[in-house]
Design a protein around this ligand. Structure first.
Ligand SMILES: [Zn+2]
Length: 387
């Protein structure tokens, strides 16, 4: 229906929306209006940006990443957000317009990816996920499933997203006395779950945990090396005062959990007085007044959940295929999965027997051995009754 080069349309549209996402990423958490001022402005000289500044990707490259008026360099984030969203929309165009023709899915997946790109950059910088974005995710999810005549998927997926994340928060609080999960993460996965359904949601969680561990550990390694050089400076700045860590009360966790389950947080965006019901004066806190400073090793989990959700949407079909193959193997008898499991059990048992015999026989003869496996190979294979 469309020629194969038409993925460029996705790239151009995606980069243009990415340009708007830069406005969202800057203004939304700062409590600024998205529509006023209408034109973007340079944050330094406040000069309104003109037509030559409004071409996504190209304007940044042409101006060398600087304001055309005061020559102050812009953050490279502006470029990366446009490139990331452009690439994602190109991939979605490829997958859901060219490979399989599902325009409804393409549209909602593209819009949701854009919202998640905003989540990634806001949560990474400021450790919050604005309620407006979480509401947007839920609305996209419910609308897509309604058009698709599958509101039951939305219900199960949304409940699963809410339940898994809130459950982790509760377990972390009960088991370790720590805030294990941010409230924004619970609300985000409630919305994502309605769109992608329970199957992909589990894959999403797995990707988030694995990528969070890998990237998180790498960052902790890097930042701990940085911290070693900065220790004296930090101690002076904070006056040596250690802040007392006070986790959220279990009662509050239950109240907020019920609040998110009933989606009252979304209604409260229009009626801010509702926040009093859960003992919050107003949720929209001014980030500039917020004196909470995360430690160097604090890493938000939201970006990893969002990355997992994006990968689940872009690569939905291979992931779904993998899940269904796995489920079939679990339910079918005498499959390769079970045979492999059985073979593993038998060889493990043989190996344990061999180790036990070598251990008892070996110790009597006063032998010094490093490990069963090296001795076994040293004696040339399977004669494990010799000892
Ligand atoms: Zn400027």
């Amino acid at each position: 229906m469309f020629p194969s080069w038409s993925w460029i349309v996705g790239l151009v549209f995606g980069a243009t929306i990415g340009s708007f996402l830069n406005v969202v990423i800057y203004r939304l958490p700062r409590g600024m209006s998205l529509s006023n001022p209408k034109n973007s402005f340079c944050p330094i000289c406040k000069h309104q940006l003109g037509v030559p500044d409004l071409f996504p990707l190209l304007s940044y490259l042409a101006s060398g990443g600087k304001c055309r008026y005061c020559k102050t360099p812009f953050s490279s984030r502006y470029f990366w957000v446009e490139l990331l969203n452009g690439s994602l929309w190109a991939l979605i165009w490829w997958q859901y317009i060219l490979v399989s023709y599902e325009p409804l899915k393409a549209g909602f997946y593209a819009l949701t990816c854009a919202a998640l790109v905003a989540v990634i950059f806001i949560d990474w910088e400021l450790y919050i996920i604005p309620d407006e974005l979480n509401a947007t995710l839920l609305v996209f999810g419910v609308a897509y499933q309604a058009f698709n005549h599958s509101l039951n998927v939305a219900l199960v997926g949304g409940l699963a997203g809410w339940g898994i994340l809130w459950g982790i928060a509760l377990l972390g609080r009960l088991g370790f006395g720590k805030d294990a999960m941010g409230h924004g993460d619970i609300k985000m996965m409630r919305g994502v779950g309605t769109l992608i359904g329970p199957g992909l949601l589990v894959a999403n969680m797995a990707i988030a945990v694995v990528s969070g561990l890998v990237i998180g550990l790498a960052l902790m390694f890097v930042s701990s090396r940085l911290a070693k050089g900065q220790v004296s400076g930090v101690a002076e700045a904070s006056g040596g005062e250690e802040e007392v860590y006070e986790p959220e009360s279990i009662g509050s966790l239950f109240i907020h959990g019920a609040w998110y389950l009933l989606c009252l947080d979304i209604i409260a965006i229009a009626f801010p007085k509702m926040y009093k019901w859960i003992g919050e004066e107003q949720l929209e806190q001014n980030i500039d007044d917020d004196d909470w400073k995360p430690s160097l090793t604090t890493i938000p989990f939201g970006p990893y959940l969002a990355i997992g959700a994006i990968l689940c949407m872009v690569f939905a079909s291979p992931i779904e295929k993998g899940i269904s193959t796995y489920m079939q193997n679990l339910s079918r008898p005498n499959t390769s999965f079970k045979t492999t499991g059985l073979r593993f059990a038998v060889t493990s048992r043989k190996r344990i027997n061999w180790c036990a015999e070598t251990l008892t026989g070996g110790s009597k003869q006063g032998r010094n051995f490093m490990s069963c496996d090296t001795r076994r190979s040293a004696r040339g294979g399977n004669d494990w009754n010799v000892a």
